[in-house]
Design a protein around this ligand. Sequence first.
Ligand SMILES: [Zn+2]
Length: 249
Amino acid sequence: MPVYTSEALILRTYKLGEADRIVVFLTRDRGKKRGVAKGARRVRSKFIGALEPMTRAGVAYYEREQRDLVRINYIETTRSPLSPSSGEALGHVGYFAELIDEWAPEAHADERLYRLGSSMTDAIAGGAAIEPLARYFEYWILRLQGVYPSLAACAGCGEPLTGGAVMPPRDDLFVCRTCAPAGGSSLSVEALRFLKGAGATAPDRLDGLALQARAARELETVHRRLMNLHLEKELKSARVLREMRRVNQ
Ligand SMILES: [Zn+2]
């Protein structure tokens, strides 16, 4: 049985039998894995505190021939996304982890996706404002998948998108306001400015990027449409976050 130790991000867990958990984790070097954490649901489990979504950890696991599930030996937390002040971040770690889980290929290393996820853990742990961080993360994960529409020019007339942009209904591209049909989702000049900045900013430098509430909502709507289109479903955690906001308003 070959043993591997990997730097990894915990994505999610679910119950297995009476006392165990299945842990889904993204390794830096060998892609996404699923493994059994024996006794993880016992009170004195060695896995306690290490299984929150977006925890960065060293994971040691055995691969067994002809089996998809690996056997986890230990998980050693190197950075937890959750600090005492992270009330709002709590709902988002599940959302970030679910997005990575949806897009990470099984057992196939994706270094850029790993680095993006890992930098989110650092940003949340460091107390970054969660709303710009979430829009930044959506932008980048869609870009890494190659499904973010071009912001360079209108897909209709080719003019630069200087006065804002519109994503027409049922289309995943941006057009200028002149070419826009009725009923699309708009991005204001502020929202476009944020995206431009996000493309050139490391996540630990996000503080310098302004994002007003209205522009954040516009981006959220456009990103949700892109994700639903490419994942062909709505993420559960995204729905929960939206409902939470409705309750808090
Ligand atoms: Zn146009």
